[in-house]
Write a protein that binds this ligand. Sequence first.
Ligand code: FES
Length: 354
Amino acid sequence: MKFHPLKVADIRRETTDCISVAIHIPAELQEQFRFSAGQYLTFRVNLQGQEIRRSYSICSSPLEQEWRVAIKKVPGGLFSTFANEQLKVGDTIDVMPPMGRFGQQIESQDAQTYIAFAAGSGITPILSILKTALANQPQSRFILLYGNQNRHSILFKAELEALKNRHMGRLSIYHVLSREMVDAPLFHGRIDAEKCRSFLQKLIPVERIDQCFICGPEDMIHTVKQTLIEAAFDPQKIHFELFGVKNKAPKPTLDNEIKGPLSKVKIHLDGGIFEIPVAYDGESVLDVALRSGADLPFACKGGVCCTCRAKVLSGNVKMQVNYALEADEVAAGYVLTCQSHPRSAQVTLDFDAK
Ligand code: FES
């Protein structure tokens, strides 16, 4: 996966601290940039003398032929502040083709009942998923529970209302506001375990849900997931993504000192193979390879975005954290190389594996 210099086609202010940005994809790159609902784009810019990479979920549907992401200004966030305050239509920015597997489950044509829990900018991939599901599956239903501080911080409010009108009776939206009083206590507060249980009792029983999508902060994901599992919902049908913005703070710089035994790590990338020595305990496989000059794909370096995914062809590695890979991917041998440390004398990793 390589970065491509692409032009900003449109910028729209969504709320006081969030914009959405559409990228122009020239005809010759459209195949490479084809995406499925729930995927994200990774951007690269140089700011204050450092290279910054950030991934943002696509909020448009593949059916709209538009590549649009939402960028919420994060206090102290270099990229999000730059995008919100300086980025202009016509500017060129480096963009990597879409990645990610969140939302894959809507590819079937069957009638399904989906439920989604989103908080704040976590709505971004969910919006793409719900637009695509409702358009592609005329018999499917979608229930969205969306948490925000107040009604002014609701992202894509007008678009969600318009979708509700267009898909009358098939899209139900419930806003949960934490800092604004609302008539029904059920819709005031945060999406926590108690609220989640009440939703399942009052709005939809788990037996009627086919798939569940969750996107928001880690504690909300954990709570919703646990509550659904306690209500006997199949964990295989729960899909989650940590935030809409995958820019979890990188780990503190790891020292380069070699600790423990060394492993010979072979890396398959873009049809070529190279080998590097990596210590069992020290820098991650990704960091060592980048330091050796390899042009490997990465964005968050925090185990969140999945950009650095590779498949273990032989040997063993241990991941420190994994917020991005689903259980079936891990079972199939995929790892996040930014979190991977060798646990055998030889390891072979394939970045080209699909
Ligand atoms: S770079 Fe994001 S998970 Fe590894």
